[in-house]
Design a protein around this ligand. Sequence first.
Ligand SMILES: Nc1ncnc2c1ncn2[C@@H]1O[C@H](COP(=O)(O)OP(=O)(O)OP(=O)(O)O)[C@@H](O)[C@H]1O
Length: 236
Amino acid sequence: MSNSDTGPAPGPVLHIQDLNHSVRDRALFKDLRLTVGAGESVAITGPSGSGKSTLLSSILGLIKPHGGSIRVAGAEVTELRGRRIAELRSETIGTVFQFGELLPELSPLDNVALAALLSRSDRAGGYRRAQELLDELRVPRAETTEELSGGEHQRTAVARALINSPELVLADEPTGSLDPDATARIADLLFDLPRRRRCALVLVTHDVEVAARADRVLRLEAGQLVPVRAREVAEA
Ligand SMILES: Nc1ncnc2c1ncn2[C@@H]1O[C@H](COP(=O)(O)OP(=O)(O)OP(=O)(O)O)[C@@H](O)[C@H]1O
């Protein structure tokens, strides 16, 4: 769990061991393993229905896998309950999904500041940091997020993911609803995060050009994460 008093926990940010999970008698994960360190990016590809989103949900503690261990910043996600898993999600993990999952009737500023306030930040400090992040990510001021372009919307989602300085950022098809220009800009932004903020990034995508920008590309097949070589990414 994030701990601003003592700094990040030693060891990998994400450490998954022997993960097993089945859906409707189909094994999605078979002794799956994954280790991601601070400052590292990993792209996960794989056929539709192979379990990529389920893997992210498991890391977030939204799904309880049938077996195995998932440690985020040293905390065993599979054993956390109630308030403790909510705290881990809000303080240690930032998420960016395909449609940003913002509250459409709120302004970009309110959307981002809300994530800080839910993590017990003081109101003035939360709003100040939210505006700084939105300025840094060049999101224009707006009454509601419905007024934003697709790219601006996703940059707001990235700002919201970053507001609590997470150690781990999970992105699920973050460019899936964007045109090629906006895709390239959001990919720039996301792959810059591990370098600039020393967080770990795990990004699920079908876009081979986006995936190829990660430090490592892994393909979820037959229940395990298999390394993909650079040439295979380009040819996929
Ligand atoms: N809540 C659920 N109840 C039952 N089955 C589910 C549930 N969520 C997902 N599944 C099934 O689990 C399998 C994996 O789904 P998941 O969404 O993780 O795949 P994915 O690799 O992310 O697919 P895509 O690339 O299409 O998004 C699918 O067969 C799906 O139908």
